[in-house]
Design a protein around this ligand. Structure first.
Ligand code: HEM
Length: 120
């Protein structure tokens, strides 16, 4: 699932350019670890903090929202159960403030995420 998610982000018109100089193998591995750890699976996240890994990008709210949309599409395509989708999105939402560029962090509170998709 994490592999497909990264592929979809790399190919996305809005946020694909952020990934052009990244190391795709590492990103896939780190995301798989992180998702597993966040969903209380038997794994440990060994990557950088969200602030460290995103500090050099000018990530804004619109980019974050697009990433969430792509993640929802990916999870639907992989038939991830609705409860697990919500659980992962709820874990990722508070990370928005660490991932976004400084200018976007000044206004508090951080706007809520778009609501998750309705189950079929
Ligand atoms: C909750 C939201 C997000 C999470 C959980 C997340 C997670 C991660 C993780 C685990 C890594 C790997 C860190 C490492 O290599 O140690 C990473 C790297 C990266 N993220 Fe995110 N990310 C998020 C949002 C975003 C957004 C919104 C963008 C851009 C639109 C983005 C762009 C990138 C890029 C380009 C890299 C690669 C950096 C590199 O190769 O050095 N991320 N992210």
């Amino acid at each position: 699932m994490a592999n497909d998610f990264v592929t979809r982000m790399e190919q996305d018109a809005k946020i694909g350019s952020f990934f052009k100089d990244s190391n795709p193998e590492r990103l896939r591995k780190m995301l798989a670890e992180q998702f597993c750890a966040e969903l209380s699976g038997p794994c440990t996240y060994t990557g950088q903090t969200m602030q460290q890994s995103h500090a050099r990008f000018e990530i804004r709210r619109e980019h974050f929202n697009r990433l969430v949309e792509i993640l929802q599409d990916t999870m639907n395509a992989h038939s991830v159960p609705f409860w697990a989708q919500n659980k992962l999105l709820a874990k990722l939402a508070p990370m928005a403030r660490d991932v976004m560029h400084n200018a976007e962090r000044t206004g508090l509170p951080v706007a809520p995420l778009a609501p998750p998709p309705k189950p079929e």
